[in-house]
Write a protein that binds this ligand. Structure first.
Ligand code: B3K
Ligand code: ZN
Length: 875
């Protein structure tokens, strides 16, 4: 396939100031009439051919300024329309009529039908499946949209902007017209038509304008949209208060659909959501679901400014809107919930999703320079690392200069399609600082490492810290340049308080941050009579790895005393990871392993420390995941040995603290259900304790009792997970699974949890379980949520099952990926990334994984989406 390169960027020859669309909706034969007003760009020669994008399109009619175009005047194929000799006039109108079959569109890009609902997904390149267009983000147009449909099946007709008129057409048909005054790129276009319940509300903006809010959901599910509506209104207030950004249309609508390729989509004034990220109540959704809904509703809303008002010049700039908007939603959740707990959750996600990407064959810069398939670049690097980079700009410039820079960026580029260079320049201009070295965070792939050693000299009361940076090579970038890494730190004294050095010599140190810019730095702190504990990367100030030999007693001390809660969690996490890796080496070598009693006791202490919020304690008690541990081991991984090592540590913690954990489990009842963070934290703590209790007692009794008495989905799903994972095949586990299936058989989103729990049950048998669930009546290969719940969970969360040593997990996976690909190449390609870390496995599994990758890549009819991923993974 073609490789797109950033340096090939050229503005379009023509502009499209105005776009008028009419949709005559029919399930199998929808007619789209596009009236496109073109304007030749200054400096472009008159008569220059007009080349528009298409994808699987069929042209019905073409008119130029109201007259049919002669066959010799154009060339049309499913993927392109060329007007060979456009008029010499500066402006002309092209009318393009296409016919679509939304019912047979299983790619879920462009116009498709989901559960009887017509809806669209255009980002990144779906609009070209609707009509021929300049389907690129730098061509902004003002849209007027007329929708016609059967009133019985589609009483609701929605598009972007504000409603203009609606009326009857006779013979059961009706219409509505929408107008969006804000020029926008085609990827933000949306149309929805169907039969919904709507939850209505309104919002008064800071300047006093009234906005009508609507959330459209399946009939009977209106009550389940209440939390999303609440999150929306809180997002609107927050963006006004924190960023001074107000909503700009008279209406803001959200539609929940059940077939959706990703989480949600920020179409101007008409967000379309995967229903999983809208629908929630205590009986059907977990606390994690509530938190995701809050974050994603906010994220899509925040895009109205960062993405929509200011959009991207080209898709290489994707992080311009995504990294920034993730940063904004992280800050929102931190303000609405607990900042340290949110930060720990962010770092866990970054390490689980982005680190393996950055450290494997799919590594790419936050702002890539090449792509074959843009849909494959909606990655953790662009989103999550992109957000970390924005956070670091704030750390480097300070909160005030950062706020000025962001304001300047918005003022300068409102109504434009911008680049990362524009973004960085705004911060440079606002702060009068040179960010050219810092900008490497956007341009250079790979996770930097800092190697740190510290020595204390009592004689002259100095503490010396030596830092050396390195960036490992990544595909097509073997040599790396030195980066600017902001390293937040603290020197913690015996009393747990931070020590202030009398004098600091060496690197640039400001407000508790060492600015590492050279390969090597020596920082000498004077006036430090006693050896302090060194707390590094506080608050996770940079997305990097640290290599430092720290004494376990220092780590235990930091876990107990650091003033930075993230650093406390990190110290404990490092201890737990190290302990597991020691056990892993011992398990592989068939030796017995004893764990540090100090660490085990610290876990008990954390659990009962009432000065810490329950959500933090729950995180502290959660062991690093099998894949976290595998990533730290790095090479020649045997997932079965990782599992055993982790279980051994969990059991040691559980048994040594059994009485306490039982008492605490009894105390920490969250009471009546509320979805707020504090209540959720109590449930989280209790459910971690339940897991330990089940492990120490080796009995399903506790979990079975909770399963039976639970009055909310969080507690119920947690109990079911413990029963299924810790007691597979036990009568209590089977009974609970059957009971759950029976209760929720008609609720697909809840059945997804049932699929997930089984797909993530550790052990060799998971392959057979997943294979049989593929035939379950509630499973559907065409629905992305079902596919992700079953096969996605299996491949990403079930290390022992997926990586079964006979390769059967990989083969089942590959068959399913190819099956999904026939209908939906994007979802298949995303699924396939689960194999990206195959080279870090032990030789036998490596070979089995390689074989299925080669098998997939040798298929001749492979989609460009899947081919791109598989070939990069293999390269
Ligand atoms: N911008 C969309 C993602 C579109 C993905 C297309 N494959 C959602 C978001 O990031 O807000
Ligand atoms: Zn986004």
């Amino acid at each position: 396939g073609q490789i797109f390169k950033i340096e090939d960027y050229q503005p379009s020859d023509y502009l499209i100031p105005e776009t008028k669309l009419t949709f005559e909706l029919q399930p199998e034969a929808t007619i789209v009439t596009a009236q496109l007003q073109f304007e030749r760009r200054k400096g472009v020669e008159a008569g220059t051919p007009l080349v528009l994008d298409g994808d699987e399109l069929s042209l019905v009619r073409l008119e130029l300024d109201g007259r049919p175009v002669d066959a010799s005047g154009y060339q049309a194929s499913p993927q392109q329309l060329i007007l060979t000799a456009p008029p010499a006039s500066a402006r002309f109108t092209l009318t393009v009529v296409t016919q679509l079959d939304p019912s047979r569109n299983s790619t879920l890009m462009g116009l498709y039908r989901s559960n009887g609902v017509y809806c669209t997904q255009c980002e990144p390149e779906g609009f070209r499946r609707i009509t021929y267009f300049y389907d690129r983000p730098d061509v902004l147009s003002v849209y007027t949209v007329r929708i016609e449909a059967d009133r019985a099946t589609a009483p609701t007709l929605l598009s972007n902007g504000n409603p203009v008129e609606q009326g009857d057409l006779g013979s059961g048909r009706h219409y509505a017209v929408w107008h969006d005054p804000f020029p926008k790129p085609s990827y933000l276009f949306a149309v929805v038509a169907g039969d919904f319940d709507v939850l209505e509300d309104s919002f008064i903006t800071a300047s006093g304008r009234k906005v009508e809010l609507g959330i459209y959901v399946e009939h009977g599910k209106k009550a389940r949209a209440a939390y999303a509506m609440d999150a929306l209104k809180r997002s609107m207030v927050w963006d006004e208060e924190v960023f001074g950004l107000e909503y700009d249309l008279d209406v803001f609508n959200i539609v929940a659909v059940s077939d959706f390729n990703m989480g949600a989509m920020e179409n101007k004034g008409l967000n379309v959501f995967n229903d999983k990220y809208i629908l929630a109540d205590e009986a059907t959704a977990t606390d994690a679901d509530f938190a995701n809904i809050e974050a994603i509703v906010a994220h899509e809303y925040f895009h109205n400014w960062t993405g929509n008002r200011i959009t991207c010049r080209d898709w290489f700039q994707l992080c311009l809107k995504e990294g920034l908007t993730v940063f904004r939603d992280h800050e929102f959740s931190a303000d609405q919930r607990s900042r340290p707990v949110k930060r720990i959750a962010e770092v866990r996600t970054l390490r689980a999703m982005q680190f393996p990407e950055d450290q494997g064959p799919l590594a790419h810069p936050v702002r890539p320079r090449r792509y074959r398939e843009i849909a494959n670049f909606y990655t953790a690097t662009v989103y999550e690392k992109g957000s970390e980079v924005v956070r670091m700009i704030r750390t480097v410039l300070g909160a005030e200069a950062f706020a000025r820079g962001l304001k300047l960026y918005i003022e300068r580029h409102d109504g434009e399609a911008a680049t990362i260079e524009d973004f960085i320049r705004a911060f440079e201009d606002a702060s009068e600082q040179d960010l050219s070295q810092f900008a490497l965070w956007y341009h250079q792939a790979g996770t930097p490492n800092l190697a740190v050693t510290a020595t204390h000299n009592a004689a002259d009361a100095t503490f010396r810290v030596e830092i050396e940076q390195s960036v490992p090579p990544t595909p097509s970038e073997s040599r790396k340049r030195l980066m600017h890494i902001p390293l937040a730190f603290g020197l913690v004294g015996e009393d747990g308080q931070d020590i202030v050095a009398a004098q600091i010599e060496g690197a640039q140190v400001e407000n508790g941050v060492i600015h590492v810019r050279k390969r090597k730095h020596s920082v000498v702190f004077h006036g430090i009579p006693k050896r302090p504990a060194l707390s590094l990367n506080r608050g996770f100030s940079a997305p990097m790895t640290l290599s430092m030999e720290q004494r376990p007693e220092d780590l235990v001390f930091l876990a107990r005393n650091d003033s930075d809660l993230f650093a406390r969690w990190q110290a404990l996490n490092t201890l737990l990871t190290d302990a597991t890796i020691r056990a892993y080496r011992a398990v592989s070598g068939q030796a017995n392993v004893a764990h540090d009693p100090n660490l085990i006791a610290t876990m008990g202490e954390m659990a009962r420390d009432d000065s810490l919020e329950p959500a933090f304690r729950a995180l502290a008690l959660t062991l690093p995941s099998e894949s976290d541990i595998a990533r730290e081991i790095g090479a020649n991984i045997n997932p079965d040995a990782v599992f055993m090592a982790r279980e051994g540590l969990a059991k040691a913690i559980a048994c040594a603290n059994a009485d306490q954990f039982a008492t605490l489990y009894g105390i920490h009842d969250a009471g009546e259900f509320r979805p707020d963070a504090a209540s959720a934290g109590k449930r989280a703590l209790r459910n971690v304790l339940l897991d330990y209790l089940s492990l120490s007692s080796d009995q399903p009794t506790y979990a079975a009792a909770q399963f039976a008495s639970a009055t909310n989905m969080t507690d119920k799903a947690a109990a079911l997970t413990i029963l299924a994972h810790r007691f597979p095949g036990h009568v209590e586990a089977s009974a609970a699974l059957a009971r759950f299936e029976d209760t929720y058989t008609n609720d697909p989103l809840v059945m997804d949890k049932w699929f997930q729990i089984q797909a993530s049950t550790p052990g060799a048998n998971a392959v057979e379980v997943v294979r049989s669930l593929l035939d379950h009546p509630a499973f559907s290969i065409g629905n992305p949520n079902r596919v992700r719940a079953l096969m996605g969970t299996f491949a990403t969360l079930n290390q022992t099952g997926f990586h079964r040593d006979d390769g059967e997990g990989y083969r089942l996976f590959a068959t399913t990926v190819l099956e999904v690909e026939k209908r939906n190449p994007q979802v298949a390609a995303r699924l396939a990334t689960a194999l990206r870390s195959w080279r870090s496995l032990e030789p036998k599994r490596q070979e089995a994984a390689r074989q299925v990758l080669v098998m997939i890549s040798s298929r001749e009819d492979l989609s460009s989406d899947l081919r791109d991923i598989v070939e990069r993974i293999l390269s």
